[in-house]
Each structure stands twice: as C-alpha cells, then as structure tokens.
Design a protein around this ligand. Structure first.
Ligand code: DAH
Length: 398
C-alpha cells in the first residue's frame, strides 16, 4: 500500500524491509520456538499471530490512554509513516481489536519497532507477546480460585520469585473495582507469570525473579517482572490490571482482567545463549541450522570476527543543538552500515569555552557476525556515514 509522506515521516527503507521477515513465524527460529513454548503453557488461550505492523497512532497510543505529551510518541522514539500511521511500538496496540473479537483469554505475538541506540541487546525491531485474560466481575473470585487449583506445579521450587510490592496510592487499585475482585485478579496475574518463568527457566540454576512497581497508561496497578542474569536485572515483562475504560470501549464492560507484554528477545538470549541481538536477523545458515523444533538448545557462536573501531566527531550548529538526539545519529549509522555495527557509544561531549559550540564524538564499533571485513570496506562505509551525518544533522564534521 502507498501512504502519503508528511513532516513526521521517519521510516527508512532498511526498517521497512524488516516488516516482511516475520521471524516469529519462521521454522526453527528461536523466537518461534519460544513463542510455541509460551503458547503451549497458556494452552486454552486464543492466538493472534497475523496483525499488521502498520497501525494508527490511535491504536498504538490514544486507545490505550497515552497522554498527548507522552515521550513514546516523539519521532525520536517511534517510526512514523505519516502523522496518523506508524509502525507499532508494542503489541498492546492490538488489545482493543483482540477484545472486540470476544476472546476472553488471548496471546498476540508480533514484531514491534522502536528507534533506539545501537548495542548488543538493542535492535530497532524486536518481538513481543501480549497476553490477557478477563473474568466476569460477578464470578471472578470463583473462576480464579478454580483456575489456580487445577494448575499447581511442584517441580519448580528452586526458583525464587521475590515480591515486596504493596498496593499504594501511587500504584492503586482502580476505584471502580471491588477490592476482593481486584486482589483475586492480581494474584492470578502474578501466579500465571511466576509459573510461566519457572517453566521457561527450569534448567537455569539459581534463577532470581523479582516484581517491581511500574506505571503504564493502560493498567493500574502495574508491575514489571525482572530476572537476574549475568550480574544484571533484566526487565522481561510489563503487566497489570487492565484499565476499565479499555474493556468498556471494547464491548466488555462486565469484565475485569489482567494483561502483560513480554519481550521475547530478552528471554531467548538467556535461554538459547545468544550473545548479540543481531543474530536473530542473520541469514547465515550456521545460525538457523543449530536449532530444531520445540527444543531449547544453547547456541554455539560460530566465531568472533575482528572488530574495527572508528570515531566520528562534529561541531553542532548552535541553533540545532536542542533538536539533536542520539537515535537520529544511530538511524543514519544503521541505514548505511546495516548489521555491521555492534555498538555506538558517545565518548566525548564538550562545549567550546569561547565559541559556545558543542562538540560530540561517537565511537562506532564495526564487527560482522559472519565474516572478516576489510579496512577499505569499513572506510568506505564510514565515509558515507560522515557525508550523511553532515547533511542530515546539519553539523560540521571535525
Ligand atoms: N506494552 C508495554 C511495553 O511495551 C508492556 C505492557 C505493560 C503490556 C503492561 C501490557 C501491560 O499488556 O499490561 O512497554
């Protein structure tokens, strides 16, 4: 389909080319294996796997209660086709559609798009899985008690799920919900996700999981679930009790329910031992050939090719300073170098004392995942990046 451009258009050909890859549907792909695994855990849930990544800003933001000034709406964070059409930034964009089908428990898996910095765990496209379950407000307590009785597993006891969160005025139960019904919904949500991570990480020794308070415009109360991995707490999921307006507007006014959004790459990197997020996009058969259906196998890196480091610095033209954003720089780098860049770091940022001009220096770390690059090739790419940066960001190269 053709869409008219306007002053918000910021999608690039390289990003648009990703919309047809559909890794979550590709046989033997770790994202598909993980999706299948989660779908079989939530075995009675309806699955939506074919929503288009092109959505309206109403679906992505307004229907979910994002205020007009929410930072997620800015063109430095999101990809716009034009001022009313964009690439979805999260699977929550389809909640309303999914509830409108009448489904009472469902999963939505999809690719989502965010402008981001460049490093081994950020990529402008990644995958999320949205889950939701709703109950009749009148019968919720019995339905939930019954559901939690059926599925209780004893085999995962070595995994601790810490929860020190408390309901408070900063993360409140919605006034329209009877307290006991809201509490039952909350226990069902936490129970469902605790059991899910215990099932997924059954072979990880000493995995630690914790719940922390969070804020999302479309849930209250809201939390994030984090897992401790290689010395860091990784956020794997956002969740909460669905704002009642959303259910009312989707034709489900007598229901109460929970929803979550899981980041699939985060979990897959841990489970399959995948060290760099670019690998998910690799067309090298040495990647995909390592995996088989329905099995979580540790990935064996084929080899680490040498890296090549290049710095790029420039003076910013004074009047444009406030408009500069690192994601604009990273976008140019990605557009030209594609997946050859492992990370980009801002290594210097200073103001000239006399001219008051600001100078920035970025360090670009080039490393292919499947071959050794020559210095000439990288120099050629670096020159193109310099040219494009000078032109598009209106800066003076140093
Ligand atoms: N959409 C949120 C994000 O991408 C994640 C999320 C949070 C999804 C809470 C939910 C939810 O369904 O209830 O950051």
């Amino acid at each position: 389909r053709a869409y008219p451009r306007d002053n918000l258009t910021n999608v690039t050909p390289s990003i648009l080319s990703k919309t047809t890859r559909q890794l979550y549907l590709q046989q033997y792909h770790p994202i598909l294996i993980l999706r299948n695994c989660i779908e079989s855990y939530f075995d009675k849930f309806h699955h939506f796997n074919s929503f288009s990544p092109i959505v309206t800003t109403v679906q992505n933001f307004d229907e979910l209660g994002f205020p007009a000034n929410h930072p997620g709406r800015s063109t430095t964070d999101s990809y716009y086709i034009n001022n009313s059409i964009m690439l979805r930034t999260h699977t929550s964009a389809h909640q309303r559609q999914a509830f409108q089908t009448g489904a009472e428990k469902f999963l939505i898996s999809a690719d989502v798009y965010r402008r981001d910095e460049i490093d081994t765990c950020h990529y402008p496209v990644f995958h999320q899985m949205e889950g939701a379950q709703i109950f009749s407000i009148n019968k919720a307590i019995e339905e939930i008690a019954c559901d939690m009785q059926i599925s209780t597993s004893q085999q995962y006891r070595h995994i601790n799920t810490d929860d020190n969160t408390v309901i408070s005025t900063t993360n409140p139960i919605q006034p329209c919900h009877p307290i006991e019904v809201a509490n039952a919904t909350i226990s069902h949500l936490k129970y469902s996700l605790n059991e899910l991570v215990k099932m997924l990480f059954i072979d990880e020794k000493n995995l630690q999981v914790r719940w922390v308070d969070a804020y999302f415009p479309f849930t209250s109360p809201s939390w994030e679930m984090e897992i401790f991995y290689q010395g860091k707490w990784l956020e794997v999921c956002g969740c909460g009790v669905i704002k009642q307006d959303i259910l009312n507007n989707a034709g489900q006014p007598d229901k109460i329910g929970w929803a979550f959004g899981l980041g699939l790459e985060r979990i897959a990197m841990v489970l399959f031992n995948i060290p760099d997020i670019r690998l998910f996009w690799s067309k090298d058969p040495r990647f995909i050939n390592q995996f088989t259906s329905n099995e979580i196998i540790k990935f064996k890196p084929f080899s680490k090719y040498p890296s090549c480091i290049k710095d790029l610095s420039f003076w910013m033209n004074n009047d444009k300073e406030h408009e500069f954003h690192i994601t604009n720089f990273c976008e140019i780098v990605r557009d030209i170098a594609e997946d050859l860049v492992e990370d980009v770091k801002l290594i210097d940022d200073f103001m000239h004392p006399k001219t008051k001009k600001r100078s920035l220096c970025f360090r670009i770390n080039y490393r292919s995942m499947d071959r050794t690059c020559t210095n000439e090739e990288i120099n050629g790419i670096q020159d193109k990046i310099r040219e494009s940066v000078a032109e598009k960001l209106d800066v003076t190269l140093r």
